[in-house]
Write a protein that binds this ligand. Structure first.
Ligand code: SF4
Length: 419
């Protein structure tokens, strides 16, 4: 039984920026070109009808709607008024949480005033200090977008800005990044690992060192940031760190598509009404998320028959054998599905950030244990970890064997079997 409560609406399929690492425009998949530029309000209404029916039949009371793109602020202000009205009048029994994820370059006071009126919480994407942000988050003419984004963030501090989203760039010295966040008075920040997989290394990774068992550039970066963050009494919320700490402490219901063991109850509606699995999987290969399902013709539940959705929904159960035997599996969850892809094995791999996750989780886990009194440590079902031992354990024979049917399923997603 599947339960989806988060719906990402691609209301605009184009963007006023051209970020070099963007999965939509610069990695693996060009299918956005076939999409209408804006989601028609008629399509929003069709989706709202499907959503109401799904919520009624599945007894879902709370739903998150994420206005996304491309760049959603390329839509007109009254478009958002109409969308919110459509949802509230079509499904009055459902409680909606509306959010928008924007690049912030056109986000001014008028937008903030509107979003507060409509109770849409705003998240802005940024890459870090100007020098780094402007290297990647550029307009189509190559000009950097930092000045406009920083202005929108500062304005947001007076307008209940929900938080920032940052794709990690390990080329940014962590001290510079943290200082930047403090200067911008950021209250809440989430960190994303860059999209990439075994055949397409993300920016900043030295592929020549990939087989080195001690090469953990992301963990090294995160650990330095964690130390600065932890020492700061006025620290902002960093969702990635807070989630890891909670997972290590054994808290239930924590995690997302990147970490933990929760199911991924998210689906995406494209601007033509297509209903798909999260689009960041497109960095694997062209068309991986495509199917024939559309809100104009189908119930939302029809996506539950889609093999890619099924795999993604339980991605933290459907993992490679190494993960099943890993001592940090309950915290890492095998990583984001898209980071596990290789042309050789499909999804039958640990995340490409596996060594980094072991190093980072071991560090935070040991740090927590060191800070706790001995009697509290004894109550926790958690042990001190030595990175080298965990990595060495990966080369010994696995006690838990992967179900051969599941392994076959993971491998069946190889690109060559889909073209
Ligand atoms: S750390 Fe590596 S082996 Fe362990 S669960 Fe994560 S991806 Fe799998």
């Amino acid at each position: 039984m599947y339960k989806v409560t988060s719906f990402v609406l691609k209301i605009v399929s184009r963007c006023n920026l051209n970020c070099s690492y963007c999965y939509m425009y610069n990695m693996g998949d060009q299918t956005y070109l076939k999409q209408p530029k804006f989601m028609a309000l008629e399509t929003v209404q069709f989706f709202a009808n499907r959503l109401r029916d799904y919520c009624e039949s599945s007894e879902i009371k709370y739903v998150q709607i994420v206005f996304h793109g491309g760049e959603p602020l390329l839509a007109k202000p009254d478009y958002f008024e109409k969308c919110v009205s459509i949802f509230k009048t079509t499904a009055p029994k459902v409680e909606f949480v509306f959010t928008i994820q924007t690049n912030g370059v056109t986000l001014d006071q008028n937008w903030y005033t509107l979003f507060q009126k409509l109770e849409i919480s705003v998240g802005i994407s940024i890459d870090g200090p100007k020098k780094y942000h402007d290297e990647y988050r550029v307009f189509h003419n190559g000009k950097g977008s930092y000045n406009l984004v920083a202005k929108a963030i500062q304005l947001g501090n007076k307008n209940r800005l929900a938080g920032l989203l940052l794709v990690v760039n390990i080329g940014i010295p962590v001290h510079d990044l943290y200082t930047e966040m403090k200067n911008l008075a950021v209250n809440s920040l989430n960190l994303l690992l860059p999209d990439g997989h075994y055949d397409q290394a993300p920016l900043g990774l030295d592929v020549n060192k990939w087989n080195d068992k001690n090469y953990t550039p992301y963990a090294d970066w995160f650990i330095d940031l964690y130390k600065i963050w932890k020492a700061d009494k006025e620290r902002p919320k960093i969702y990635f760190f807070e989630s890891l700490v909670k997972l290590i402490m054994g808290q239930d219901g924590i995690g997302n598509q990147l970490i933990g063991r929760r199911t991924n109850g998210v689906l995406v509606v494209e601007s033509d009404g297509s209903v798909e699995v999260v689009d960041s999987l497109r960095a694997c290969f062209e068309g991986i998320t495509r199917n024939e399902i559309n809100v104009h013709n189908n119930k939302l539940e029809d996506l539950f028959e889609d093999e890619t959705f099924q795999l993604y929904y339980k991605a933290h159960d459907h993992v490679a054998e190494q993960c099943l035997n890993c001592p940090v599996f309950d915290i890492c969850g095998g990583g984001f599905l898209g980071h596990r892809y290789s042309e050789e094995n499909g999804f039958d791999n640990p995340t490409m950030y596996c060594q980094d996750m072991v190093r980072l989780i071991a560090f935070i886990q040991n740090d927590i244990l060191n800070a706790l009194p001995a009697e509290s440590v004894a109550e926790l079902d958690t042990e001190r970890l030595v990175y080298e031992n965990v990595i060495k354990g990966f080369s010994t024979e696995n006690k838990i064997k992967i179900d051969p049917v599941m392994q076959q399923k993971l491998v069946s997603f190889k690109k060559e079997l889909h073209i």
